[in-house]
Design a protein around this ligand. Structure first.
Ligand SMILES: NC(=O)c1ccc[n+]([C@@H]2O[C@H](COP(=O)([O-])OP(=O)(O)OC[C@H]3O[C@@H](n4cnc5c(N)ncnc54)[C@H](OP(=O)(O)O)[C@@H]3O)[C@@H](O)[C@H]2O)c1
Length: 288
């Protein structure tokens, strides 16, 4: 049972992140739709929609859901953080010790999952980002001690079907959130500003958008394909006394780079705060 093609996978939560992963697995032929079952809280239309789009199975009633969970090799926890504790409590008696649990839930730590289940398990905690929906995601993953090398490889294979994967210690998932989890929004923010600048300078909105989008796409691909650092590429396009230098000097005078680095750290700090709030809530419910 070393490859994804030999696994049965059950998604608890049938939202946009689950759909992104399912789409990736099926498009890459990593799994047959028959190996995939979706479970949600009650939205039948959504399960039918996923069944029609990807051919995946779904379990509807309580008994069917429990059987699916207990029969799966891999279980993906993909509900919103606020719903996670209730869902894990609802299904934990169906879990078996040799299963692999993969969580995409922001802020929910491995110790918190183990607390809810009542014992240690093979758990992979991940932090994907929204670009996963188009197969260009960036995911940070970390493993519980019990996770075997084979299970680690299976988890990497799953997230590589929707982008790239970086293995990190669990504590580093907060800074992963700061860099890549929230990162797409920073780039959108910069793009908004570039488009606005283009329009202010006389371009029509369509041209400003087209030129900005292609510039961001091209710059990311230049870093990828040339393997040069962003700093080196920036220096190469910055002629002394030229237009780029004039723009960069203005950014530098306003500490733009420092503000962006601080924003990354603030997002990481916020991820830590949210994680602590989830853990405290779980502890309070266990005590009561
Ligand atoms: N979207 C992203 O780009 C992204 C990026 C990184 C991490 N994440 C993480 O991914 C997780 C899911 O996000 P999402 O955007 O996919 O959420 P979503 O679209 O709102 O989907 C949540 C799903 O969870 C189901 N659910 C809720 N409670 C349940 C229960 N007790 N039992 C079974 N299913 C239950 C919901 O079912 P019903 O519809 O029937 O209520 C729904 O199918 C979140 O924890 C988020 O932190 C998402």
């Amino acid at each position: 049972m070393h490859t994804l093609s030999e696994q049965n996978i059950c998604f608890i939560g049938a939202g946009s992140m689950s759909e992104a992963i399912v789409r990736g697995l099926i498009q890459l032929d990593s799994m047959n739709p028959k190996q995939i079952t979706m479970i949600n809280r009650g939205n039948q239309e959504r399960l039918l929609e996923l069944n029609l789009a990807y051919g995946v199975s779904y379990s509807q009633d309580e008994e069917q859901r429990k059987q699916t969970i207990s029969g799966a090799d891999i279980i993906v926890l993909a509900m919103k953080p606020k719903d996670a504790a209730d869902a894990i409590r609802m299904y934990h008696t169906s879990l078996r010790t040799n299963q692999l649990i993969i969580s995409v839930i922001a802020g929910l730590s491995i110790p918190s999952i183990e607390k809810l289940v009542g014992h240690s398990l093979s758990i992979v905690r991940s932090m994907p980002n929204t670009s996963s929906t188009i197969g260009l995601g960036a995911t940070g993953i970390s493993y519980s001690q019990q996770t075997t090398l084979v299970q680690q490889k299976l988890a990497r294979d799953i997230f590589e079907s929707i982008g790239i994967v970086c293995e990190v210690e669990e504590a580093a998932l907060d800074i992963v959130t700061g860099v890549s989890g929230s990162g797409p929004a920073y780039i959108y923010y910069i793009m908004e500003a570039m488009i606005a600048g283009g329009i202010s300078g006389g371009l029509d909105a369509t041209a400003a958008r087209l030129l900005t989008v292609q510039t961001v796409l091209g710059a990311a691909n230049m870093v990828l394909q040339t393997k040069e650092s962003p700093a080196d590429l920036r220096k190469k396009v910055t002629s002394p006394g030229g237009t780029t230098q004039a723009a960069l000097e203005l950014m530098s005078a306003n500490d733009v780079a420092e503000h962006i680095s601080n924003a990354v750290l603030r997002a990481a700090e916020r991820a830590g705060e949210l994680g602590t709030a989830i853990a405290d809530q779980i502890d309070a419910n266990i005590t009561n």
